[in-house]
Design a binder for this molecule. Sequence first.
Ligand SMILES: *[C@@H]1O[C@H](CO)[C@@H](O)[C@H](O)[C@H]1NC(C)=O
Ligand SMILES: *[C@@H]1O[C@H](CO)[C@@H](O)[C@H](O)[C@H]1NC(C)=O
Ligand SMILES: *[C@@H]1O[C@H](CO)[C@@H](O)[C@H](O)[C@H]1NC(C)=O
Ligand SMILES: *[C@@H]1O[C@H](CO)[C@@H](O)[C@H](O)[C@H]1NC(C)=O
Ligand SMILES: *[C@@H]1O[C@H](CO)[C@@H](O)[C@H](O)[C@H]1NC(C)=O
Length: 358
Amino acid sequence: MFTAFWVAYASFLLPSAVRAAAQYNMVKEYAGESFFDDWTFYNNADNLTHGNVNFLGNKDAFHDNLAFTNDAGNAVMKVDNTTQLKFGQNRNSVRLSTKDQFTVGSVWVADILHVPYGCSVWSAFWSSAPTWPVGGEIDTFEAVNQDPMGHMGLHTNPGCTHSSNAVQSSTLINSTDCSIDANSNQGCIITNPSPASYGEAFANAGGGVYVTEFAIDGISIWFFNRTTLPSSLQGNVSTIDTATLGIPVANWPADDCAVNEFFQPQEIVFDITLCGDYAGAASVFYQTCTGVCYNDYVLGDPSFYNTAYFEVSYLRVYGEPGELTVIQPSSGVRSVGLGRFATPALVLGSLLALVWAL
Ligand SMILES: *[C@@H]1O[C@H](CO)[C@@H](O)[C@H](O)[C@H]1NC(C)=O
Ligand SMILES: *[C@@H]1O[C@H](CO)[C@@H](O)[C@H](O)[C@H]1NC(C)=O
Ligand SMILES: *[C@@H]1O[C@H](CO)[C@@H](O)[C@H](O)[C@H]1NC(C)=O
Ligand SMILES: *[C@@H]1O[C@H](CO)[C@@H](O)[C@H](O)[C@H]1NC(C)=O
Ligand SMILES: *[C@@H]1O[C@H](CO)[C@@H](O)[C@H](O)[C@H]1NC(C)=O
């Protein structure tokens, strides 16, 4: 009797019970003329990934048309493709991150028509906690140079790995240790095997929609092109249910990477750098390009960068109903999350007390 009682409740309370809600409500939209309203532009040379760019501040980026909303109503974020540089100079580009942070229990959906590509280009749509690597990093889309495909990945403190229990469609598992100390901070990388996940093919296919679920039971990323986009994601949907999306392209279950231990509230980032630690590393650069990254491209004909832009229809963020999933640092609202994580433990504690008493 005790056993039956325990088993019934244990199956409800133990890891599978800490499964996140699959349903989320819209909490924030970045789209159209207001797309750029709530971002911080990194106003500095690229001292983060050592690329040959100056990331422009907000005013300069708009003034130089490196960030704008186009006639189609889409946000464009791009590299300068008009200035001929002299040796020693860096090319202007942008790196912008959301002012708001999104807690565990969030999903972000981005409809992207074009991603930056070409030799020397390193582009990414990702997220990070303000304190890195403690708060973790989730790369929804990243690719360099003339890669045939984009990839997804996590970067964390040591102890988080891609689980062999992952339920995902991609079989292209490049690396499984998410620790920044492993393999020169390669991260735990999954390649997006879609025939058009990067470059000209992505643009010709009209791009696609990325869904990133940041849930207590794991992190998952879906990618849909225009023909595979499920009806539940079409239009301006105020609610999404990730259970309707099918198997994600990449999945990092919490069993080998405790999400609440390795991740803190995330800021979402778009950035484009040139050469630098990754695109410019010889072992990476010469996989798909020839020449010298800085001399031949950054200093070369500015029209090399005609394809080095993001065009984004929208970025929407959804949160678990009833939870405070958006942190606005400027307003000092930071008291979120913990109540929910405490609940299963408290219930388990009460139950143990009950079983003990019986
Ligand atoms: C990058 O440069 C800025 C401005 O000089 C500085 O505040 C910041 O600490 C630097 N970051 C790194 C990682 O060096
Ligand atoms: C990942 O593996 C695939 C398949 O082997 C390969 O084509 C791709 O270049 C690799 N990507 C990275 C980022 O290592
Ligand atoms: C869309 O994705 C499906 C499934 O991966 C694939 O069969 C199809 O070729 C893709 N369409 C385009 C235009 O890339
Ligand atoms: C999408 O819906 C939200 C409310 O659910 C609304 O605030 C927003 O303006 C809508 N966006 C567009 C582009 O219509
Ligand atoms: C720069 O690139 C944009 C596409 O991002 C293109 O429309 C424009 O014509 C290019 N400018 C020049 C001077 O080539």
